[in-house]
Design a protein around this ligand. Sequence first.
Ligand code: NAD
Length: 261
Amino acid sequence: MYKDLEGKVAVVTGASKGIGKAIAIRLAQEHMKLVFNYHSDQNGAQMAVDQIKENGGDAVAVQADVSKEDDVNKLVKTAVDNFGQLDLFVNNAGMEKESPTHKLSLQDWKKVIDVNLTGTFLGTKAALNYFLDHKREGNIINMSSVHQKISWPHFADYSASKGGSMLLTETVAKEYANKGIRVNSIAPGAINTPINAEKFADPKTYAETAELVPMARIGKPEEVAAAAAWLASTESSYVTGETIYVDGGMQLYPEFANGRG
Ligand code: NAD
């Protein structure tokens, strides 16, 4: 538990399921007040909000498309209108479209870049404006991926969006460090969430993916949420522009295990 998080206010995008939901629930357990953004799954977001309220917490669900600036600004406004302030903005919403690059449609490319990279920029911009206008020290966490570093054939859209997100994080961290605003990334490896539930339900695919992980298993959303809670807290007060890999060692070139190479 991080005592300093008590009473602080967070927005988490894409929080109706998967990693976003796990982060929002973990932050609520830390006694933060939560704005749960959802895109289309109102039911999922509302169920999580109800669960938090039953446990004595405070949360509100808000529809918004993170690729639209007005929608993202609405998330900050909701935090302020409901809870009086904003302390943390988690840019978690994300998507992927699989295709050989020579067949990837411009439409799909733009969609993934719009949600993953532009969405992260818009969330970052909205949070920065609030922190600067109110002279508040603030905190931004961007959900990247091991694919900010590991190139991923058939997912050029996704890899490019996460590589861009990494440099966005580092740039903004450097630009606003002297205002007391911290910006960090989390780069999950293979985590069992709805984005890949079908894939990991098949034992053969699970085993193939686990082979890419030195720890030989797929991660849980709660393990990513634990990193987010630490980055949100003052326990990480001297950390900015950093990426925490939550990947069981996936980005360590597992083929070189056992002295191969
Ligand atoms: P998920 O599909 O379970 O959740 C993604 C969330 O983003 C959903 O709630 C979805 O509704 C939301 N979303 C999509 N488009 C949106 C939009 N335009 N506006 C608002 N919300 C939108 O996936 P997840 O695995 O929980 O992924 C969460 C984040 O973690 C993503 O950024 C993803 O790239 C990243 N990530 C996931 C893994 C993994 O293995 N699961 C690995 C690395 C990185």
